[in-house]
Design a protein around this ligand. Structure first.
Ligand code: GLN
Length: 485
């Protein structure tokens, strides 16, 4: 029992920063407008160097300025921006969002600030010239957009990509025949790709507006009033103008087959793009290491409770709770758990996303570690416990100094395996707008349209980490074996 208390204590110490941040990180001093967006949508939002810029960013910044509020951008997948508004994670979403009846059921929209169309991008020499020729062709879209919806409802199931740039990259690579996209982003992509063009007939005409939580009527009124003023005094037009003419440095595809060096330069050196990988790598390591710690402590605790219950019949209720926990965690995908923890559990609390990811992956990993530890404890011959007890040692002491060291040795390979899985599993962090290693590579890809080098680099970095980790584990295993003799 004493050992259990110590484990609980250690776990609490690890979790303390999380708890402190959950309760104390809210900055209630200065009002802040937090804007959800997906910075793969030039000229509305895109990366310029390491900064997110664009029409939407400027519009929201100006609204903030006129109302004495700071503004901050939260970059995430387009599919998450409405959910972010609904859950209160952000104050508003400005992401070239088309007003639609379905979306109006979820959020309130401001007055429109721009009009748009869904257009068709094809290779220069395509034989497709009309929307009517799309049936049966491979149509690329950005998942969850009005273009996606239109194609799915009126033509056929499209090929869905995470963002427009990836869809265009697939078009350039010949993986799809056409791409359906909003007109201004389409123009930006085409302007940088001599082998693409836009068909003259659009598929739809739409209006963009800012999305706000339904429980925020005052915010909506404020946004509407400011947008109206900005339209009247020409600010809206001026902002749009400034981004229409500025070339988007991000979207460029060399016309000719690039040499490997120039390709390398474009993907990693130009605009310091390697920084996306480095920053992402740090986030990946941070999350994996902290989650592994939670996994080990919480998983160890659960494993001990479960096997003690199995062997001695103690901890009935605790054991039941642990089993429930294992069933739920192992029965649902980790990406769903991550989203639930971010949007629902920490829905209305300001908390660092790295912490959210650490908690999510830590809780997830604990379930698997628990079963590994339990199998380790069960694998130690029952006679050892009996021997310890008959020598007059307590259950806890026997467990701690006789059973656990052997169990640990037995399960080390399985534990190592779990941490390797954990490290790679963190690659879904992009879902909650975290720039981890995978997302870093993704950003480079969306800027250079080159799938090969960024993905290769990301894969090599993961591989090296796994190789180092395996090596360290092997060493530890050898050392433990030596001590045995
Ligand atoms: N206008 C489209 C939509 O609302 C696409 C927006 C975007 O991709 N950022 O669905």
């Amino acid at each position: 029992m004493r050992m259990l208390n110590r484990w609980v204590f250690v776990l609490l110490v690890i979790m303390l920063p999380v708890l402190v941040c959950v309760t104390g990180c809210q900055d209630e001093q200065e009002p802040e407008l937090v804007m959800a967006t997906d910075a793969t949508f030039p000229p509305y939002e895109y990366y310029s160097g390491e900064e997110i810029v664009g029409i939407d960013v400027d519009v929201v910044a100006e609204i903030g300025r006129r109302n004495g509020m700071r503004t901050r951008v939260e970059n995430m997948k387009f599919e998450s921006v409405i959910a972010a508004v609904q859950s209160g994670k952000v104050s508003l979403a400005a992401a070239g969002i088309t007003v639609s009846e379905d979306r109006k059921k979820q959020v309130n929209f401001t007055r429109p600030y721009a009009t748009a169309e869904q257009v068709i991008i094809v290779p220069q020499h395509s034989d497709i010239a009309e929307p009517s020729q799309l049936a049966g062709k491979k149509i690329g879209v950005q998942s969850g957009t009005t273009g996606d919806l239109y194609v799915a409802q009126n033509i056929q199931e499209p090929e869905r990509f995470a963002n427009g740039a990836l869809a265009v990259a697939a078009l350039v690579a010949g993986k799809v025949d056409v791409v359906v996209l909003d007109n201004l982003p389409a123009e930006k992509h085409v302007a940088n790709n001599a082998q693409l063009k836009i068909l003259p007939t659009p598929l739809t005409s739409e209006q963009y507006a800012i999305a706000v939580n339904k429980n925020q009527p005052q915010l909506l009124a404020m946004l509407n009033a400011t947008l109206e003023a900005m339209e009247k005094d020409g600010t809206l037009a001026r902002i749009a103008e400034s981004h229409l003419n500025s070339p988007v440095a991000t979207a460029s595809l060399p016309a000719a087959e690039p040499g490997i060096w120039s390709s390398f330069h474009n993907n990693f050196i130009k605009n310091n793009r390697w920084k996306y990988l480095l920053d992402g790598l740090i986030v990946t390591i941070e999350i994996s290491a902290a989650a592994a710690l939670i996994g080990i402590f919480l998983g160890g605790l659960i494993g001990i409770i479960r096997s003690t219950a199995d062997q001695t019949g103690r901890f009935r209720v605790l054991n039941l709770l642990c089993r429930l926990y294992l069933t739920v965690v192992r029965g649902t995908p980790v990406v769903v758990q991550l989203l639930i923890i971010y949007f629902v559990i920490f829905g209305s609390v300001e908390v660092s996303k790295v912490l959210v990811a650490i908690v999510a992956f830590g809780l997830n990993s604990a379930a698997y570690v628990a079963e590994i530890i339990r199998s380790g404890i069960m694998s130690v011959d029952k006679g050892q416990m009996e021997a310890g007890r008959s020598l007059g040692l307590s259950y806890g002491f026997t467990m701690r100094s006789i059973i656990m060291p052997q169990a640990f040795k037995n399960v080390l390979p399985a534990l190592g395996n779990e941490f390797i899985v954990l490290l790679k599993e963190t690659s879904i962090c992009g879902y909650i707008a975290l720039v981890d290693l995978t997302k870093g590579g993704d950003i480079i890809l969306s800027q250079t349209y080159d799938a090969f080098l960024p993905l290769l680099a990301v894969a090599l970095i993961y591989l090296s980490m796994v190789v180092v980790l395996s090596h360290l584990l092997k060493k530890l295993e050898l050392r433990l074996k030596k001590n045995e003799r």
